[in-house]
Design a binder for this molecule. Sequence first.
Ligand code: HEC
Length: 116
Amino acid sequence: MKKIFAGVAFLLSTGFMQAHAAGNIAAGEAATKKYACASCHGADFHTPIDPSYPKLAGQPQDYLQHALIAYQRGSDGPNGRSNAIMGGQAKALSHQEVQDIAAYLHSLPTTLVLRK
Ligand code: HEC
């Protein structure tokens, strides 16, 4: 949960949605099926199998993309994010898949709210 708030704070401080990344929603859906992301994050990506797993549906596209790239970097580089589970998941993804998945997850319905 702390990480979700950190992510939102990061977005607000860097100018929300300023550089909207390209991504193909249909290709992103296919990629999440290929890698079985829903097996942990839930079929609708809003009801994860464990309450400690993050809800991905409707999160800002730029943030999702940033999070996946941070897992690819691991904790070695700047802006890296180290996690035993997601590190392995993210490293399998191409840069195009990261962009497509972020577009797809962002497009899904959510009850998460970003207060302005
Ligand atoms: C084996 C279970 C599992 C699978 C499979 C899995 N994830 Fe995750 N995912 C997690 C967990 C646990 C976290 C939280 C890790 C942390 O604390 O950094 C997470 C975090 C994330 C985050 C960061 C969310 C945030 O709010 O910061 C993204 C994005 C994400 N996963 C996307 C994916 C994608 C895309 C796939 C498929 C390629 C995938 N996950 C597959 C368990 C999984």
